[in-house]
Write a new protein. Structure first.
Length: 400
């Protein structure tokens, strides 16, 4: 939906909340949940969709009948798509995901084909008049433990530039603009804003990179730089940044200073243990599920220490050293605390204050995908009601 006072800023939630890997499953979820959320939140307005499609679902939508079905679902429901979550390629619910969510990474032809397919679908879903641009969030290169050295990093950047050339061609042919938004995440190639800035400067905006893009897209060097900065940017996930102990204002300032676009911001909050002790860890253990990675960044006397998942953090806990933990476990943003834990919601509030004063991005997407793996006492309410509460909370913050 468009936020009051600025019709160019769109707010939705990511449909990766709903299980579904095949197009048939996605279609069922879109029919079941989106109209119910819209009816409670903005019955008289069009409602934007933060669409998540697996590679299998995206391939199915290449069939005219399936794509026509998607268009009909959107038209019947008063829905429109402005952003796609292209991060998880395969299964995202009901089975072990963990580090598999980063595969295939940006070295792989499959990642390029998938991202190109999502962009092809997006241009057909955006308005013909170009009044709404599109964004596609994606894995920030790959899983850091899988990256063996500079050659792997260079290969990832080369594949991203090939995708940028595809986006240039789509805009040339259709007039519609789409940006790929790399989403920094703990334990990935790009896990901090600083790492993202360095990667863009060294591998995507460098003279060599721009020459590569110019040759691939039939552009001058000046046009290639404009295109690279227009079609390649960062998806700022507020949970991820806060887990890394980053302030959103600092992240936005650093990206802006480097000329890196922020096509999309994911509004999310993580768990925070302001004091780490044995009792707090006991309360945290039920959050250790078998589906997702829950990376932990610990503030210690020696600085920040990163753990791949909760079991590793539990094993490394040192009461004499650990001062604070932040955990990559997306929790409801409308709650200031959860079961006695603090959350990183203050970072969300700080970002929304920035966005309220002057738009940082045009695409805002709430992404609490963990409803199914929250401890049972925290998921008693209907998922539609919880989604509505999250979006209402954001809308209220933006109206303050």
């Amino acid at each position: 939906m468009r936020l009051a006072g600025d019709n160019d800023v769109h707010l939705s939630y990511c449909t990766n909340i709903h299980p579904g890997e095949t197009w048939a499953e996605v279609a069922t979820a879109l029919r079941q949940y989106l109209p119910a959320v819209k009816a409670k939140l903005c019955p008289g307005e069009d409602f934007g969709v933060g669409l998540r499609l697996s590679a299998a679902a995206a391939d199915s939508l290449a069939e005219p009948a399936a794509f026509a079905e998607l268009q009909q679902i959107l038209a019947d429901g008063g829905l429109y798509v402005f952003t796609i979550n292209g991060f998880p390629y395969g299964t995202f619910h009901g089975a072990r995901v963990k580090e598999g969510v980063y595969q295939p990474d940006w070295r792989a032809a499959e990642r390029l084909a998938y991202s190109n397919r999502l962009a092809d679908l997006m241009v057909e879903l955006l308005p013909e008049d170009g009044s709404i641009s599109g964004s596609i969030s994606t894995v920030p290169g790959g899983f850091k433990p899988d990256v063996r050295g500079p050659a792997d990093v260079a290969a990832m950047a080369a594949t991203m530039l090939r995708h940028a050339a595809h986006l240039v061609e789509l805009r040339r042919r259709t007039g519609r603009h789409i940006a790929l938004a790399l989403e920094p995440e703990p334990c990935c190639l790009l896990e901090t804003t600083g790492e993202a800035v360095a990667f863009f400067q060294d591998h995507l905006f460098s003279a060599e990179a721009l020459a590569t893009l110019a040759a691939a897209a039939g552009l001058s060097l000046a046009e290639a730089e404009t295109a690279a900065r227009a079609h390649l940017g960062v998806c700022l996930d507020l949970c991820h940044a806060a887990v890394e102990f980053e302030q959103p204002g600092d992240a936005v300032t650093a990206l802006d200073a480097a000329g890196i676009a922020i096509p999309k911001v994911q509004i999310s909050a993580g768990l925070r243990l302001a004091t780490v002790d044995a009792a707090g860890l006991d309360r945290l253990r039920p959050f250790n599920d078998d589906v997702y990675l829950h990376q932990v960044v610990a503030r210690t006397e020696a600085g920040l220490e990163r753990h791949l998942d909760l079991p590793e953090a539990f094993a490394a806990f040192d009461p004499a050293r650990d001062r604070e933990w932040r955990v990559h476990f997306h929790v409801p943003i409308f709650l200031a605390d959860l079961d006695g834990f603090a959350t990183t919601r203050p970072a969300v509030e700080a970002f929304l204050a920035l966005q309220r004063r002057a738009p940082v991005t045009r695409h805002l997407e709430v992404e609490t995908y963990t409803w199914e793996v929250l401890p049972p006492e925290h998921r008693r309410d209907d998922v539609v009601d919880n989604i509505v509460k999250e979006l209402r909370w954001v809308r209220t913050q933006m109206a303050s």
